[in-house]
Design a protein around this ligand. Structure first.
Ligand SMILES: C[S@@+](CC[C@H](N)C(=O)[O-])C[C@H]1O[C@@H](n2cnc3c(N)ncnc32)[C@H](O)[C@@H]1O
Length: 288
């Protein structure tokens, strides 16, 4: 593995280092929200390469100069997606999980029960790096493609029950692309389920948009291309896109009642905060 593999990452892809950092650090803290030894291993292997890179995000990750809240929220989010996947696999023991925009997430290792099938999909640069860090097997495969080049779907066996996960992905894509993707999944894999993180559209523009931009660029040191591009108004929004799309449930990190969140937990009673950035679960049935 060399420094060039890390240097070639784009602004959006670089953000996967923030979430890896969060899971690795939280795993080593007292009363961890999530225990992810593989994330700790990957983070320790990448740290020397990250230290050679230019850019604030790398420096902050290497020096651990990031808000504690990042560790908590990203770990709670990962734990929620894990729980959704376990629940799906209990209902569909022959099913498979597809992690869209997987970054350096190590969900396969957190969930593997000896029969799990999981696909990790991300842009070619990210998968090239990930392939140097973790091995594929017959039950764990990586797909190097944009999620928007639908040819990747040909690699999946049609008849299988699928759960598609999109954790920290949709907000970086234009809404028209997210919609085209969801409708394509519904067409190709009727009955599949989608658990996706979404952003609130009312925080994309105007003064709210400026606050978000400042938060992402200053607090998180994210690059200028790693800006949120899309959002929805409420959890039911995607269910309006076409018949057959069914809203199942939603979740926000404040629902977790996690003591590490302190007074922030009270925010679960304030809908505008609860649904600033949250996770929605849909079933994509055949259109009627
Ligand atoms: C914030 S990171 C989240 C990574 C991972 N899901 C996690 O929670 O740690 C966003 C990820 O989306 C990926 N991504 C962005 N645009 C993509 C696209 N068009 N196709 C596939 N992956 C994409 C990036 O490369 C990056 O790995």
């Amino acid at each position: 593995m060399n420094s060039e593999t890390v240097r070639s990452l784009g602004d959006v892809s670089e953000t996967m280092l923030l979430t890896l950092y969060a899971r690795a650090m939280e795993s080593q803290s007292p009363n961890p929200i999530l225990v992810d030894e593989k994330a700790v291993e990957l983070f320790n292997r990448l740290k020397p390469l990250a230290a050679e890179q230019e850019g604030n995000l790398y420096h902050k990750v290497v020096e651990g100069d990031l808000p504690d809240l990042l560790k908590y929220t990203m770990s709670l989010r990962a734990r929620h997606f894990d729980r959704q996947a376990r629940d799906f696999l209990q209902r569909h023991p022959d099913g498979a999980v597809v992690n869209l925009g997987c970054g350096l997430d190590t969900r396969f290792f957190r969930l593997d029960d000896g029969r799990l099938h999981l696909y990790d999909l991300d842009l070619p640069d990210v998968i090239a790096l990930k392939r140097q860090l973790v091995k594929e097997t017959d039950r764990y495969q990586m797909i190097a493609s944009s999620v928007l080049d639908f040819g990747w779907m040909d690699e999946l066996v049609r008849e299988r029950p699928y759960l598609f996960l999109a954790e920290g992905l949709f907000m970086y894509l234009p809404l028209a692309d997210v919609k085209a993707l969801v409708l394509e999944l519904q067409d190709r894999f009727p009955g599949c389920e989608l658990v996706c993180e979404v952003f609130n559209e009312s925080w994309l523009h105007g003064w709210r948009g400026r606050i978000m931009k400042r938060k992402l660029q200053n607090d998180m040191s994210m690059g200028s291309d790693a800006m949120f591009q899309s959002g929805i108004a409420d959890s039911e929004a995607m269910a309006q896109w076409r018949s057959g799309i069914e809203f199942v449930d939603d979740w926000s990190f404040v629902d977790a009642d996690e003591p590490k969140l302190g007074v922030l937990r009270l925010m679960r009673h304030w809908s505008m905060f609860r649904k600033l950035q949250w996770v929605v679960h849909y079933r994509l049935n055949e259109p009627t």
